[in-house]
Ligand binder design. Structure first.
Ligand code: ATP
Length: 584
């Protein structure tokens, strides 16, 4: 097929203002396209060479393209610049400069253009710039002025016809299957493969029947299922038919894992290949996924390696880099929490119910601290759901995602639907004051903190009851020296049971008599099902907790435990925080 046909179609598409007309023009283009080059035509029409997840872009810098245009049109680069300035678009400028140009050699075919652009995209290393310029120059010499305009726009990433994925699917349905109603089948295939070219090819070769048989496959990322949102456990349960699996909504990055034997590839929520960023995740998958081939979805979350506690999303962002990956991996380790399985050893699971998929997940994952299934609760009870939500918040999550468990709860690739409903805290606020808290217990450390304490259980003072009520578990902010000193400093308070004046639902590894006071700052105060400070004051069956607490480095030896921050103070800090949020 001659590239001229495409250039003509682009010209017409560019002039249309309506989507219907645009679709019709695409239908005409796809109808005249031979099957063999249909995928290429589909990619080119969106200004691409491959589906996005492949990560190969034509991407020639404008500066280089100008040089190639100057050589092809036998004018100076300054002349090209001048035209570019006057017309505001290098494609138009090229067409103007090449007016009257007689193409050399045979007419350009789609295949010629595609393979040259592909060669340009793949050129790398020393001399690659020169190579790209030469390839582009030679291609332009073979092009008509109009063809040159669209080639230049394509290579500089400025084709911008505005042809969206859904328009392509509509046009394919009409052009090759004869009716727009087949769009749903094509859309499903697209959602399972993220590859419009592959969908077009399957349709062209095997008709709609083949498209309907489409399966997920390792190496083709699946467009993610997303959640709707509701504001109360009652509404959520009602919407989900009275029963659901509630899962922690981890605050990290969604990772779609594609495993084929030892080969593991990771895709982001936007389906970019992020394998290089997470060598540790690759190792975790190899070590803990028992299936040979699988597609699994996880949330990667930054953790404190010494306590295993979750860290805020901002810490994970340090992992988004191209260089220094090993260092970042040491400084900001992650855990993986799996929440979906879509394929296992030849079996497409996307049309199975979530209960079945979840059972499969449990079967193929050998859990460890660093790789396990997302914390979950199967419930029919709004109160139980509310408590689970509070626990999720306290443990450093954004909230919960409640998932339908009825037989029709399939994986809705690429859709935001009511089979998943998120229940989030929708306020964010900072705790501005530090608090002085009493050390009432400790948890043994792991990893670097083996042999010392990994985290301390801290309490606020309740003068009315004369009790110390737990309010947080703090493992951050301690220097190496602090860690070494802590067992020595706390030795005099050590007990083998909870002190009678300590009120805690949490079981510490070591208990202390109230004595040591330390200064702590946190991200905010939240409702908590496990901490007893302010129990029942804001909501029945809930206390208050400090989220993401950090030791400021100050031991308040000048304070007795009875001088510590009181539960009343924590309650009023929580109420102030709510007001600030309401006002903002
Ligand atoms: P948000 O800003 O709320 O994350 P979103 O549009 O990215 O919005 P949602 O549909 O609202 O996505 O929520 C789903 C996201 O939550 C997923 O993309 C995933 O990254 C994350 N997540 C964390 N834990 C889970 C879980 N257990 N199940 C599903 N998704 C989870």
């Amino acid at each position: 097929m001659e590239y001229a046909r495409i250039a003509e179609a682009y010209e017409r598409i560019e002039r249309t203002t309506g989507r219907l007309e645009m679709t019709q023009l695409l239908v005409d283009l796809f109808k005249m396209t031979p099957k063999a080059v249909l995928p290429q035509v589909v990619y080119l029409t969106q200004g691409k060479l491959y589906p996005d997840y492949v990560g190969v872009e034509v991407g020639v810098a404008e500066k280089l393209a100008i040089r190639a245009v100057a050589q092809a049109a036998s004018v100076s680069e300054t002349e090209v610049q001048k035209q570019l300035h006057a017309l505001g678009d290098l494609g138009e400028a090229t067409m103007r400069l090449m007016e009257g140009h007689r193409p050399k050699g045979e007419r350009l075919t789609v295949q010629d253009v595609y393979s040259t652009l592909d060669e340009m995209a793949r050129a790398s290393g020393a001399g690659s710039q020169e190579k790209k310029i030469n390839l582009l120059r030679d291609l332009l010499r073979r092009a008509s002025p109009k063809e040159a305009k669209y080639i230049v726009r394509t290579v500089t990433g400025k084709l911008r016809l505005g042809v969206g994925d859904m328009t392509v699917l509509d046009a394919l349905a009409v052009a090759l299957a004869g009716d727009k109603r087949f769009r749903v089948d094509l859309e499903r295939a697209y959602n399972l493969s993220s590859d419009l070219g592959l969908v077009a090819e399957t349709l062209a070769k095997g008709g709609i029947e083949e498209v309907r048989k489409f399966h997920v496959s390792v190496g083709h990322p699946i467009r993610p299922m997303l959640a709707e949102r509701l504001a109360s456990p009652e509404e959520i349960l009602q919407k989900l038919g009275g029963r659901c699996i509630a899962e922690y909504k981890y605050d990290g990055e969604r990772v779609q894992v594609h495993k084929r034997g030892k080969d593991v590839v990771l895709y982001s929520r936007r389906l970019e290949n992020i394998t290089a960023q997470y060598p540790d995740a690759i190792e975790l998958v190899r070590a803990h996924v028992k299936a040979k081939d699988a597609i699994i979805e996880c949330e990667a979350v930054a953790i404190d390696p010494d306590t295993g506690e979750l860290r805020p999303f901002q810490e994970l962002m340090h992992r988004r880099r191209k260089y220094g990956i090993r260092e970042a991996m040491e400084l900001y380790p992650i855990s993986l929490f799996a929440f979906e399985v879509l394929y296992v050893d030849g079996q497409d699971l996307t049309l199975k119910s979530y209960e079945e998929r979840h059972r499969m997940l449990e079967k193929i994952i050998e859990p460890s601290d660093r790789f396990r299934i997302a914390e979950y609760l199967i419930t029919e009870d709004p109160e139980e759901l509310e408590l689970f939500f509070q626990r999720a918040i306290q443990d450093g999550c954004e909230g919960v995602i409640c998932k339908a468990v009825h037989p029709k709860a399939v994986y809705q690739a690429g859709a935001r639907g009511w089979l998943w409903i998120k229940y989030k805290r929708d306020y964010k606020s900072e705790m501005t004051d530090t608090v002085d808290l009493v050390v009432v217990g400790a948890f043994y450390g792991r990893g670097r903190r083996g042999g010392t304490y990994g985290a301390l259980l801290l309490a606020a003072y309740d003068p009315k009851a004369d009790l110390f009520r737990s309010v947080t578990k703090c493992g951050s902010g301690f220097s190496d020296e602090d860690l070494e000193q802590l067992p020595k400093r706390l030795k005099e308070y050590k007990l083998d049971h909870r002190h009678p004046r300590v009120d805690s639902k949490m079981e510490a590894d070591v208990w202390f008599a109230p004595g040591m006071v330390i200064e702590v700052i946190g991200a905010e105060i939240t409702l908590s099902p496990t901490h007893t400070c302010g129990w029942g004051a804001i909501k029945p069956n809930a206390g208050l907790a400090i989220r993401f607490p950090r030791f400021t480095g100050r031991y308040r030896d000048d304070k007795s435990p009875e001088d510590a921050t009181t539960c009343e103070e924590i309650i009023s800090m929580y109420q102030r925080q709510l007001k600030t949020v309401a006002a903002s």
